[in-house]
Ligand binder design. Structure first.
Ligand code: ZN
Length: 463
């Protein structure tokens, strides 16, 4: 029996002790060594002019590329096949000489992305809960620390959050056994001063328990998946319970934050929401500053914005600069962003920006007429429907979609007609719309919620 099985079978107090034990082991790993130095340096560099950050980034890129070509089998082959000298990649602009790397290539043979022996000690990372099978991914200890240092300096500190503050977390760790019936749906990690809530057990039946626990704990910070934090916020708003939980900061990530969702969360908790974007593969870090701008951390990774033929926004292609354990160059993330206007930032930081992160490339519905309807219009279709909690669109054929709805008891046939009308406006006259009410919209294996789950390929859409 391994540690995870033992944990799953243990009684709740023992699981709490496990969580704290995990925290005690994890703290030095995250915050030891160069962590404080890196936080300090990141704080200094955020004010550098953009040109200096660019020079700094290019030098990090050269170091990464030459390392990859010398030590990593996949890249050794790529440079060989292209007849390309790695020293020719001198700046971010030169990266276009390398092919874009699809997740499938990494998933098929992850070992080819690991450096030759002697290999640095590698730590397994959690990745890719958004679609299908996760990619197996490893990082060096230095990369893990650089990641946490960036989160500290470029996200938590921008939101006014400090180490050690009382924190409620809603991320994808399966801390509550799936078979558990009844609460509590959270575990305490005293080392982190944290209550970790299960996102998998959060639904309309358990919501009141979550709110009560949050009220008792009164976290200073709430951090987690956007959908989970939004569920709590909606619960507070629907019950007229604004002010029951009073954090000073809310950090959301991993899922799209629409203006309507942001407003719900801010109203329910009476504090600012700070958005951030990163991946388990440690290739890009984008976070919201105190002026509401989304800044790219240039030391962490290079963000290229590639055309997205299917709709609005550009796809983020990312080149990681912090992890020599399993380096990914020009990695296709499947995430969509809108480029920022080329004007100086309002906060005065030199870090470049994107204007918005709007969803995933495959969050699209394809219609019999040949249209591809992207994440932004789809989420707008649902935003103004009364008494609707959450929705998910599932598509397995061009002719038909199933719309799963989580609704309030007050949801009427008029509300449903309104929703169908909103969908028709965007999806055209001929697609069949099946509406099905469910207690909870399904989550991915990583605990995230998707607006659109489609098994169609782009080829099927263009037929
Ligand atoms: Zn800013």
């Amino acid at each position: 029996m391994n540690l995870s099985d033992l944990y799953q079978r243990a009684p709740v107090p023992v699981q709490n002790a496990f969580a704290t034990g995990y925290g005690l082991k994890e703290l030095p790993r995250r915050h030891g060594g160069q962590f404080r130095r890196e936080v300090f340096d990141l704080n200094v560099r955020q004010w550098w002019p953009e040109e200096e950050l660019q020079v700094d980034q290019d030098s990090r890129l050269r170091s990464m590329v030459t390392w990859c070509a010398a030590r990593v089998p996949y890249y050794r082959d790529i440079f060989g096949e292209l007849g390309l000298d790695p020293r020719e990649i001198r700046t971010a602009a030169d990266l276009s000489q390398l092919p874009i790397l699809d997740k499938e290539i990494v998933r098929a043979d992850p070992d080819r992305f690991l450096p030759d022996e002697p290999r640095p000690k590698l730590i397994a990372q959690t990745t890719g809960g958004t679609t299908g099978t996760p990619v197996r991914y490893w990082a060096t200890l230095a990369a893990v620390r650089a990641n946490y240092a960036t989160y500290e300096a470029r996200c938590r500190s921008w939101a006014g959050v400090h180490l050690g503050q009382r924190m409620a977390s809603f991320h994808g760790q399966p801390i509550i056994p799936e078979s558990q019936e009844g609460g509590p749906y959270w575990r305490r990690n005293l080392a982190f001063n944290q209550v970790y809530f299960s996102v998998y057990h959060l639904n309309s039946l358990t919501l009141a328990d979550y709110v009560e626990q949050l009220e008792n704990f009164q976290p200073q910070v709430i951090a987690g998946y956007t959908s989970a934090v939004h569920r709590i916020a909606r619960g507070l708003l629907d019950a007229g319970d604004i002010g029951r939980v009073r954090p000073t900061a809310i950090l959301v990530s991993s899922e799209t934050l629409t203006p309507a969702v942001r407003e719900d969360i801010q109203t329910a908790f009476g504090c600012r929401v700070t958005n951030a974007y990163s991946l388990g593969e440690l290739v890009a870090f984008i976070s919201e500053c105190d002026h509401g701008e989304l800044h790219i951390s240039t030391e962490y990774g290079i963000v290229e914005l590639a055309d997205n033929p299917a709709g609005p926004g550009s796809e983020i292609i990312a080149t990681g600069l912090i992890n020599k354990g399993m380096p990914l160059l020009r990695y296709r993330t499947g995430d969509l962003a809108i480029p920022a206007d080329p004007v100086p930032s309002a906060c005065g930081r030199g870090l470049p920006r994107v204007s918005e992160i709007i969803g995933r490339v495959d969050d699209v519905v394809r219609t019999p007429e040949g249209a591809t309807v992207g994440p932004a219009p789809m989420s707008l279709a649902f935003q103004r429907v009364p008494n609707l909690r959450r929705a998910q669109v599932r598509q397995d054929s061009l002719e038909e979609i199933t719309v799963l709805l989580e609704v309030d008891t007050a949801f009427s046939s008029g509300d449903e007609e309104f929703l169908v009308g909103e969908l028709r406006k965007r999806l055209g006259p001929s697609i069949r719309l099946l509406v099905e009410k469910v207690p909870t919209v399904p989550r991915t294996s990583g605990g995230k919620e998707r607006l659109v789950v489609s098994s169609l390929t782009p080829q099927e859409g263009s037929q």
